[in-house]
Design a protein around this ligand. Structure first.
Ligand SMILES: Cc1ncc(COP(=O)(O)O)c(C=O)c1O
Length: 455
């Protein structure tokens, strides 16, 4: 019996959109209302969300990639309940407990041998902050290099490495010593590294904003250049980790051996905030080099025992249900079924992805529909993708997202537990929606006009 009657509170909660707008963020609620995403959510299970009218929605967004093992996964929940019932000691702070070491061991067992230590955090952006700080201290260098359009979180350090002006513009001055190079450009990277003052090169193996895959040889070349010039190679697996791309970590596709690997999101099955920085022994021992420096970096809640229990259960679940292989297989199916859309629709420019990290990019049609496209683009660049996401949600009950600011790219990061039938349903709905959006009936144009006035 809980001290707070949650069930009663929820039953009598009334209009959550009104309360959210009043107490948390009215602009966000305006956006939801404008694009028609203001449903009242009742429950969730695996790859599905349910609203209070009993409608089932296919979740192709996966909580921005935190539900790889599915929403409300019963085995992760059981591990959490067990941890609570065991009344484990919690954070002793001046003392250690078993669960964090067990999860660190389990993580390292799945990573290349170069990675030997784990620093736990509570979020992905904190794992990035740890990489920035430890990278600087370990190399005794100050510069940090990242790439254009890179995304690593929104705290000030991570933001300083962000390559998207829409996130950085109003929050300057950012930290000194941060520079960016174009993603995929090894010459530009070498030019920056040559001065031998760059502590770390921070890169997503597949860029989350827009879902951009690296050109052949790029990540391997970047790693070699980092080694040559004494720069740490930091591969941000916050979004791509834990089976998302069809391997446990995306860096496995290119046989990489990074020095620093931040992870987060799906590590706790979506239940408890968690993050971790996996790193080489060399980095760790250079920073934690004496008893005096034994607590150089950390935070009160990291590692917390519930996150650790959920993490152990999540790794177990990925293994037991073969979800990494399932991600590879279903991702291949999704690509196979959606690639023909490029031929079928003038407005579809490209379909790309790896595992269950997938995107479709739209572009100005060469034949009919050109004028409508231009009108829509004039209202707001990239708006066409919203013209697809909105009816996918309203008509086909599929939750998806536009892949970034002013981008005509629709993205999917579904829970890895979705079925073959779910993939087929998504593809059929997508195809029907593009067909309609391309014809741009009046209702959609009206929607576009309203949506353009969101901000
Ligand atoms: C690649 C990448 N790095 C870092 C982050 C930040 O993680 P968090 O939102 O847990 O702070 C994200 C979040 O989307 C991400 O996609």
């Amino acid at each position: 019996m809980s001290a707070v009657d949650l069930k009663g509170l929820l039953a009598g909660a009334g209009d959550e959109h009104e309360r959210w707008a009043r107490t948390i963020n009215p602009q966000f609620v305006r956006v939801l209302r404008t694009i028609g995403f203001d449903r009242t959510w009742a429950s969730a299970d695996g790859a599905y969300l349910y609203d209070t009218d009993g409608n089932r929605y296919l979740d192709m967004l996966g909580g921005f990639g935190m539900y790889n093992v599915g929403r409300n996964n019963p085995r992760i929940r059981a591990a959490l309940i067990e941890a609570l019932e065991l009344e484990t000691p919690g954070s002793v702070q001046l003392g250690v407990t078993a669960l964090p070491g067990l999860l660190a061991e389990a993580l390292l067992a799945r990573a290349p041998s170069r990675l030997e230590r784990v620093l736990f955090t509570s979020t992905g952006t904190e794992a990035i902050e740890a990489a920035l700080k430890l990278g600087r201290a370990a190399t005794k260098r100050t510069r940090v290099l990242s790439v254009d359009h890179g995304f690593h979180g929104l705290t000030l350090g991570a933001l300083s490495a962000n390559g998207n002006p829409e996130f950085t513009a109003r929050f300057g001055p950012l930290l000194p010593g941060f520079d960016r190079v174009p993603f995929g450009d090894l010459d530009a990277l070498e030019q920056e590294l040559r001065s031998e003052d760059v502590a770390l090169f921070l890169v997503e193996p597949i860029q989350g904003k827009g879902v951009h895959l690296p050109p052949a040889g790029y990540l391997e070349g970047a790693q070699a250049l980092c080694r040559k010039y004494g720069t740490l190679f930091c591969v941000d697996e916050v979004q791509t980790g834990f089976g998302r791309t069809g391997t446990m970590f995306a860096f496995e596709h290119w046989g990489l051996e990074p020095d620093l690997v931040p992870v987060a999101k799906s590590l706790s099955g979506g239940y408890v905030p968690v993050g971790a920085l996996m790193m080489s022994r060399a980095v760790h021992s250079a920073v934690y080099d004496s008893m005096e420096n034994a607590v150089s970096h950390g935070s009160t809640f990291a590692p917390n025992e519930l996150a650790m229990a959920a993490g152990l259960a999540t790794l177990h679940e990925l293994d037991e249900r073969n979800l990494v292989a399932q991600s590879a297989r279903l991702g291949e199916r999704l690509l196979e079924l959606t690639r023909p859309l490029v031929e079928e629709f003038d407005v579809v420019r490209e379909v790309r992805g790896l595992g269950l990290m997938w995107a479709i990019e739209f572009g100005e049609p060469e034949k009919s529909g050109r004028l409508s496209w231009r009108m829509i683009e004039k209202m707001q660049p990239g708006l066409f993708a919203q013209l697809v996401a909105a009816p996918l949600f309203a008509k086909h009950k599929i939750l998806s997202q536009v892949a970034g600011h002013r981008m005509a790219v629709l993205k999917a990061l579904p829970p890895l537990v979705l079925s073959d039938e779910d993939v087929d349903y998504f593809v059929d709905a997508l195809s029907a929606t593009i067909k309609q959006a391309q014809r741009m009936p009046t209702s959609l144009t009206r929607f576009a006009l309203t949506a353009a006035g969101i901000r």
